[in-house]
Design a protein around this ligand. Structure first.
Ligand code: FMN
Length: 330
Protein backbone atom coordinates (compact mmCIF):
# COMPACT_ATOMS: atom_id res chain seq x y z
CA UNK A 1 0.00 0.00 0.00
CA UNK A 2 2.79 2.44 1.08
CA UNK A 3 4.78 1.53 -2.02
CA UNK A 4 1.78 2.21 -4.22
CA UNK A 5 1.33 5.68 -2.70
CA UNK A 6 5.07 6.38 -3.05
CA UNK A 7 4.96 5.38 -6.70
CA UNK A 8 1.94 7.58 -7.33
CA UNK A 9 3.65 10.54 -5.62
CA UNK A 10 6.80 10.03 -7.67
CA UNK A 11 4.80 10.76 -10.80
CA UNK A 12 3.48 14.18 -9.73
CA UNK A 13 4.93 17.10 -11.67
CA UNK A 14 5.13 19.64 -8.85
CA UNK A 15 6.86 17.14 -6.53
CA UNK A 16 9.38 16.27 -9.19
CA UNK A 17 10.05 19.96 -9.73
CA UNK A 18 10.68 20.45 -6.00
CA UNK A 19 12.98 17.43 -5.98
CA UNK A 20 15.09 18.99 -8.74
CA UNK A 21 15.60 22.34 -6.98
CA UNK A 22 18.66 21.34 -4.88
CA UNK A 23 20.33 19.81 -7.97
CA UNK A 24 19.67 22.93 -10.02
CA UNK A 25 20.81 25.30 -7.26
CA UNK A 26 24.04 23.37 -6.79
CA UNK A 27 24.67 23.31 -10.51
CA UNK A 28 23.94 27.02 -11.08
CA UNK A 29 25.98 28.03 -8.03
CA UNK A 30 29.01 26.01 -9.18
CA UNK A 31 28.69 27.13 -12.77
CA UNK A 32 28.32 30.82 -11.96
CA UNK A 33 31.51 30.64 -9.88
CA UNK A 34 33.61 28.47 -12.19
CA UNK A 35 32.52 29.81 -15.59
CA UNK A 36 35.02 31.85 -17.60
CA UNK A 37 33.43 35.26 -17.03
CA UNK A 38 33.42 35.11 -13.19
CA UNK A 39 36.54 37.04 -12.06
CA UNK A 40 38.13 36.41 -15.43
CA UNK A 41 41.12 38.66 -14.80
CA UNK A 42 42.13 36.68 -11.68
CA UNK A 43 42.54 33.22 -13.20
CA UNK A 44 44.96 32.23 -16.01
CA UNK A 45 42.64 29.57 -17.45
CA UNK A 46 39.73 32.00 -17.58
CA UNK A 47 41.77 34.72 -19.30
CA UNK A 48 42.96 32.03 -21.69
CA UNK A 49 39.31 31.34 -22.57
CA UNK A 50 38.94 34.91 -23.83
CA UNK A 51 42.20 34.57 -25.76
CA UNK A 52 41.05 31.29 -27.35
CA UNK A 53 37.63 32.70 -28.28
CA UNK A 54 39.19 35.69 -30.06
CA UNK A 55 41.76 33.40 -31.70
CA UNK A 56 38.98 31.18 -32.99
CA UNK A 57 36.87 34.10 -34.25
CA UNK A 58 39.82 35.33 -36.33
CA UNK A 59 40.99 31.89 -37.46
CA UNK A 60 37.53 30.78 -38.54
CA UNK A 61 37.42 33.77 -40.89
CA UNK A 62 40.32 32.22 -42.81
CA UNK A 63 38.07 29.31 -43.83
CA UNK A 64 35.48 31.60 -45.42
CA UNK A 65 35.80 32.18 -49.14
CA UNK A 66 34.35 35.70 -49.07
CA UNK A 67 36.92 37.09 -46.67
CA UNK A 68 36.92 40.88 -46.55
CA UNK A 69 40.21 42.74 -46.89
CA UNK A 70 41.05 44.35 -43.55
CA UNK A 71 38.77 42.06 -41.53
CA UNK A 72 39.21 41.62 -37.78
CA UNK A 73 41.44 44.60 -36.89
CA UNK A 74 39.71 45.30 -33.55
CA UNK A 75 39.85 41.60 -32.65
CA UNK A 76 43.56 41.37 -33.47
CA UNK A 77 44.26 44.30 -31.11
CA UNK A 78 42.17 42.71 -28.35
CA UNK A 79 43.95 39.39 -28.83
CA UNK A 80 47.46 40.86 -28.79
CA UNK A 81 46.68 42.95 -25.70
CA UNK A 82 45.32 39.88 -23.90
CA UNK A 83 48.35 37.75 -24.85
CA UNK A 84 50.60 40.47 -23.43
CA UNK A 85 48.44 40.70 -20.30
CA UNK A 86 48.57 36.92 -19.82
CA UNK A 87 52.37 36.75 -20.14
CA UNK A 88 52.98 39.71 -17.85
CA UNK A 89 50.70 38.19 -15.15
CA UNK A 90 51.36 34.46 -15.41
CA UNK A 91 54.41 34.02 -17.64
CA UNK A 92 54.58 32.30 -21.02
CA UNK A 93 52.59 29.09 -21.59
CA UNK A 94 52.69 26.70 -24.56
CA UNK A 95 48.91 27.23 -24.70
CA UNK A 96 49.72 30.61 -26.28
CA UNK A 97 51.42 29.00 -29.29
CA UNK A 98 48.24 28.96 -31.39
CA UNK A 99 47.06 32.49 -30.43
CA UNK A 100 50.53 33.91 -31.25
CA UNK A 101 50.65 31.83 -34.46
CA UNK A 102 47.26 33.23 -35.39
CA UNK A 103 48.36 36.84 -35.01
CA UNK A 104 51.42 36.06 -37.15
CA UNK A 105 49.26 34.40 -39.84
CA UNK A 106 46.75 37.24 -39.67
CA UNK A 107 49.43 39.91 -40.19
CA UNK A 108 50.98 37.96 -43.10
CA UNK A 109 47.56 37.71 -44.72
CA UNK A 110 46.98 41.47 -44.41
CA UNK A 111 50.43 42.11 -45.87
CA UNK A 112 49.71 39.73 -48.76
CA UNK A 113 46.47 41.54 -49.64
CA UNK A 114 48.31 44.88 -49.15
CA UNK A 115 46.15 46.13 -46.29
CA UNK A 116 47.81 48.34 -43.72
CA UNK A 117 46.88 50.96 -41.14
CA UNK A 118 48.06 52.35 -37.79
CA UNK A 119 46.21 49.70 -35.79
CA UNK A 120 47.92 46.86 -37.64
CA UNK A 121 51.31 48.54 -37.06
CA UNK A 122 50.45 48.55 -33.34
CA UNK A 123 49.64 44.81 -33.46
CA UNK A 124 52.81 44.06 -35.44
CA UNK A 125 55.05 45.96 -33.00
CA UNK A 126 53.46 44.40 -29.98
CA UNK A 127 53.63 40.82 -31.27
CA UNK A 128 57.27 41.32 -32.37
CA UNK A 129 58.14 42.40 -28.82
CA UNK A 130 56.23 39.45 -27.33
CA UNK A 131 57.97 36.91 -29.60
CA UNK A 132 61.35 38.47 -28.85
CA UNK A 133 60.77 38.35 -25.10
CA UNK A 134 59.58 34.72 -24.83
CA UNK A 135 62.56 33.22 -26.70
CA UNK A 136 60.77 30.24 -28.25
CA UNK A 137 61.71 28.55 -31.56
CA UNK A 138 60.03 30.27 -34.51
CA UNK A 139 58.56 26.93 -35.65
CA UNK A 140 56.24 27.02 -32.60
CA UNK A 141 54.41 29.88 -34.22
CA UNK A 142 53.21 28.41 -37.49
CA UNK A 143 50.26 26.55 -35.97
CA UNK A 144 47.37 28.71 -37.13
CA UNK A 145 45.82 30.04 -40.30
CA UNK A 146 44.34 28.16 -43.20
CA UNK A 147 44.92 24.82 -44.92
CA UNK A 148 43.95 23.68 -48.41
CA UNK A 149 42.58 20.15 -48.76
CA UNK A 150 42.28 17.94 -51.81
CA UNK A 151 38.66 17.54 -52.88
CA UNK A 152 39.38 14.12 -54.36
CA UNK A 153 40.94 12.90 -51.10
CA UNK A 154 38.07 14.21 -48.97
CA UNK A 155 35.43 12.64 -51.22
CA UNK A 156 37.10 9.24 -50.99
CA UNK A 157 37.63 8.68 -47.29
CA UNK A 158 35.26 5.69 -47.29
CA UNK A 159 38.01 3.13 -46.89
CA UNK A 160 40.26 5.20 -44.67
CA UNK A 161 41.26 3.75 -41.32
CA UNK A 162 39.90 5.56 -38.27
CA UNK A 163 43.11 7.54 -37.58
CA UNK A 164 43.16 8.91 -41.15
CA UNK A 165 39.45 9.68 -41.02
CA UNK A 166 39.69 11.51 -37.68
CA UNK A 167 42.81 13.44 -38.68
CA UNK A 168 41.20 14.64 -41.89
CA UNK A 169 37.83 15.72 -40.59
CA UNK A 170 37.50 19.47 -40.61
CA UNK A 171 34.63 21.86 -40.10
CA UNK A 172 33.69 23.09 -43.55
CA UNK A 173 32.43 26.67 -43.99
CA UNK A 174 32.17 26.79 -47.76
CA UNK A 175 30.13 24.23 -49.69
CA UNK A 176 29.76 23.15 -53.32
CA UNK A 177 26.30 23.07 -54.92
CA UNK A 178 25.86 19.26 -55.02
CA UNK A 179 22.83 17.64 -53.41
CA UNK A 180 23.23 15.26 -50.46
CA UNK A 181 20.63 12.57 -51.05
CA UNK A 182 18.32 11.11 -48.43
CA UNK A 183 19.94 7.72 -49.12
CA UNK A 184 23.37 9.07 -48.16
CA UNK A 185 21.99 10.63 -44.97
CA UNK A 186 20.20 7.37 -44.10
CA UNK A 187 23.46 5.46 -44.67
CA UNK A 188 25.31 7.83 -42.31
CA UNK A 189 22.58 7.51 -39.67
CA UNK A 190 22.81 3.71 -39.86
CA UNK A 191 26.56 3.89 -39.15
CA UNK A 192 26.13 6.45 -36.33
CA UNK A 193 23.41 4.34 -34.74
CA UNK A 194 26.09 2.03 -33.35
CA UNK A 195 27.00 4.83 -30.88
CA UNK A 196 26.59 3.87 -27.25
CA UNK A 197 23.73 5.40 -25.28
CA UNK A 198 22.81 5.21 -21.60
CA UNK A 199 21.03 1.86 -21.04
CA UNK A 200 20.77 1.62 -24.82
CA UNK A 201 17.80 4.01 -24.69
CA UNK A 202 18.73 5.57 -28.03
CA UNK A 203 16.96 8.77 -27.09
CA UNK A 204 18.52 10.88 -29.84
CA UNK A 205 16.09 12.18 -32.45
CA UNK A 206 17.05 13.51 -35.86
CA UNK A 207 15.36 16.20 -37.95
CA UNK A 208 16.57 17.00 -41.44
CA UNK A 209 15.77 20.35 -43.01
CA UNK A 210 16.27 21.54 -46.56
CA UNK A 211 15.29 24.58 -48.64
CA UNK A 212 13.72 27.50 -46.77
CA UNK A 213 13.48 25.56 -43.50
CA UNK A 214 17.21 24.81 -43.70
CA UNK A 215 17.89 28.53 -44.17
CA UNK A 216 15.56 29.42 -41.31
CA UNK A 217 17.09 27.08 -38.75
CA UNK A 218 20.69 27.88 -39.74
CA UNK A 219 20.11 31.64 -39.71
CA UNK A 220 18.35 31.37 -36.34
CA UNK A 221 21.33 29.47 -34.92
CA UNK A 222 23.47 32.48 -35.83
CA UNK A 223 26.96 30.93 -36.04
CA UNK A 224 26.81 30.20 -39.76
CA UNK A 225 25.68 33.58 -41.05
CA UNK A 226 28.29 33.93 -43.75
CA UNK A 227 27.84 30.44 -45.25
CA UNK A 228 24.48 28.91 -44.30
CA UNK A 229 22.91 29.53 -47.73
CA UNK A 230 25.59 27.32 -49.33
CA UNK A 231 24.78 24.35 -47.07
CA UNK A 232 22.57 21.76 -48.72
CA UNK A 233 20.79 20.53 -45.59
CA UNK A 234 20.71 21.06 -41.84
CA UNK A 235 20.49 18.17 -39.41
CA UNK A 236 19.15 18.88 -35.93
CA UNK A 237 19.91 16.31 -33.24
CA UNK A 238 17.68 16.46 -30.20
CA UNK A 239 17.34 14.40 -27.02
CA UNK A 240 13.99 12.90 -26.05
CA UNK A 241 13.31 13.86 -22.41
CA UNK A 242 10.63 11.16 -22.11
CA UNK A 243 13.45 8.63 -21.89
CA UNK A 244 15.11 10.01 -18.72
CA UNK A 245 14.60 10.01 -14.94
CA UNK A 246 14.97 12.82 -12.43
CA UNK A 247 18.72 12.46 -11.74
CA UNK A 248 19.52 12.32 -15.46
CA UNK A 249 19.00 15.91 -16.58
CA UNK A 250 22.23 15.99 -18.60
CA UNK A 251 22.11 12.52 -20.09
CA UNK A 252 20.07 13.60 -23.14
CA UNK A 253 23.00 15.91 -24.04
CA UNK A 254 25.54 13.13 -23.52
CA UNK A 255 23.64 10.56 -25.58
CA UNK A 256 22.79 12.97 -28.40
CA UNK A 257 26.37 14.31 -28.49
CA UNK A 258 27.91 10.84 -28.76
CA UNK A 259 25.50 10.12 -31.60
CA UNK A 260 26.28 13.47 -33.25
CA UNK A 261 30.04 12.87 -33.31
CA UNK A 262 29.53 9.45 -34.85
CA UNK A 263 27.21 11.00 -37.41
CA UNK A 264 29.83 13.61 -38.35
CA UNK A 265 32.48 10.89 -38.82
CA UNK A 266 30.00 8.75 -40.78
CA UNK A 267 29.17 11.70 -43.06
CA UNK A 268 32.88 12.44 -43.54
CA UNK A 269 33.50 8.79 -44.44
CA UNK A 270 30.77 9.04 -47.08
CA UNK A 271 32.32 12.12 -48.68
CA UNK A 272 29.90 14.63 -47.16
CA UNK A 273 31.20 17.99 -45.90
CA UNK A 274 29.87 19.10 -42.52
CA UNK A 275 30.15 21.52 -39.65
CA UNK A 276 28.72 21.17 -36.13
CA UNK A 277 26.89 24.25 -34.89
CA UNK A 278 26.07 24.86 -31.27
CA UNK A 279 22.46 25.08 -30.15
CA UNK A 280 23.72 26.73 -26.93
CA UNK A 281 21.07 27.72 -24.47
CA UNK A 282 20.00 31.13 -25.73
CA UNK A 283 16.27 31.05 -24.93
CA UNK A 284 15.13 33.00 -27.99
CA UNK A 285 16.98 30.58 -30.31
CA UNK A 286 15.78 27.47 -28.47
CA UNK A 287 12.17 28.69 -28.58
CA UNK A 288 12.30 29.50 -32.29
CA UNK A 289 13.92 26.16 -33.13
CA UNK A 290 11.50 24.22 -30.94
CA UNK A 291 8.68 25.95 -32.84
CA UNK A 292 9.86 24.23 -36.05
CA UNK A 293 7.65 21.16 -35.57
CA UNK A 294 9.94 19.78 -32.87
CA UNK A 295 7.87 17.93 -30.23
CA UNK A 296 7.85 19.51 -26.74
CA UNK A 297 9.56 16.46 -25.23
CA UNK A 298 12.69 17.00 -27.36
CA UNK A 299 15.53 19.36 -26.49
CA UNK A 300 17.82 20.61 -29.27
CA UNK A 301 21.42 19.47 -28.74
CA UNK A 302 23.38 20.10 -31.94
CA UNK A 303 22.83 21.38 -35.44
CA UNK A 304 24.99 20.09 -38.30
CA UNK A 305 25.16 21.89 -41.63
CA UNK A 306 26.03 19.55 -44.48
CA UNK A 307 26.78 19.83 -48.17
CA UNK A 308 29.12 18.76 -50.93
CA UNK A 309 32.78 19.78 -50.93
CA UNK A 310 33.60 22.89 -52.97
CA UNK A 311 36.29 22.67 -55.69
CA UNK A 312 38.75 24.48 -53.47
CA UNK A 313 38.52 23.34 -49.89
CA UNK A 314 40.01 25.81 -47.45
CA UNK A 315 39.75 25.16 -43.71
CA UNK A 316 41.09 26.67 -40.51
CA UNK A 317 44.08 24.76 -39.09
CA UNK A 318 42.46 24.75 -35.63
CA UNK A 319 45.51 23.14 -34.02
CA UNK A 320 45.02 21.16 -30.82
CA UNK A 321 46.89 21.48 -27.52
CA UNK A 322 49.42 18.85 -26.58
CA UNK A 323 47.57 16.01 -24.74
CA UNK A 324 49.77 16.46 -21.66
CA UNK A 325 48.12 19.86 -21.09
CA UNK A 326 44.76 18.19 -20.43
CA UNK A 327 45.49 14.58 -19.44
CA UNK A 328 46.10 13.22 -15.95
CA UNK A 329 46.98 9.58 -15.36
CA UNK A 330 45.87 8.89 -11.76
C1 FMN B 1 29.27 22.30 -30.08
C2 FMN B 1 29.92 22.97 -31.25
C3 FMN B 1 29.43 24.17 -31.70
C4 FMN B 1 30.00 24.83 -32.80
N1 FMN B 1 29.43 25.99 -33.26
C5 FMN B 1 29.97 26.60 -34.35
C6 FMN B 1 29.37 27.77 -34.87
O1 FMN B 1 28.34 28.25 -34.36
N2 FMN B 1 29.93 28.34 -35.96
C7 FMN B 1 31.06 27.83 -36.56
O2 FMN B 1 31.51 28.38 -37.57
N3 FMN B 1 31.66 26.70 -36.08
C8 FMN B 1 31.13 26.08 -35.00
N4 FMN B 1 31.70 24.91 -34.52
C9 FMN B 1 32.88 24.34 -35.18
C10 FMN B 1 34.14 24.61 -34.35
O3 FMN B 1 34.53 25.94 -34.52
C11 FMN B 1 35.25 23.64 -34.79
O4 FMN B 1 34.82 22.33 -34.51
C12 FMN B 1 36.55 23.90 -34.06
O5 FMN B 1 37.06 25.16 -34.36
C13 FMN B 1 37.61 22.85 -34.44
O6 FMN B 1 37.80 22.83 -35.83
P1 FMN B 1 37.59 21.53 -36.70
O7 FMN B 1 36.17 21.05 -36.51
O8 FMN B 1 37.83 21.94 -38.13
O9 FMN B 1 38.56 20.50 -36.24
C14 FMN B 1 31.14 24.25 -33.43
C15 FMN B 1 31.65 23.03 -32.96
C16 FMN B 1 31.04 22.40 -31.89
C17 FMN B 1 31.58 21.07 -31.41
Amino acid sequence: MMKKIKNKLSEIHILLFLKLIPYMLREYWTFSKQMARCQMSHYPEKLLTDILMTTHALEKAFSLHNLKKGFGVAKSIQLTDNIEKYISKYGYSSKLEVPISLITAYLSYQKKVKFSNKELDYVQNKINKIIESIKQPETNFNKAGKLSLSKNFMQNLTNANFKTLAENRYSIRHFGDGNISEDTIQAAIKIAQKSPSACNRQAYRIHIFSGEQKDLILSTQGGANSFYKEANKAILITGDLNRYYSTEMHLPYVDASLFSMSLIYALTSLGVASIPLTMGRKLSVLKKVQGMEIPQNEIPVLLIAIGSYPDEIVVSKSARFSPDTFTTFH
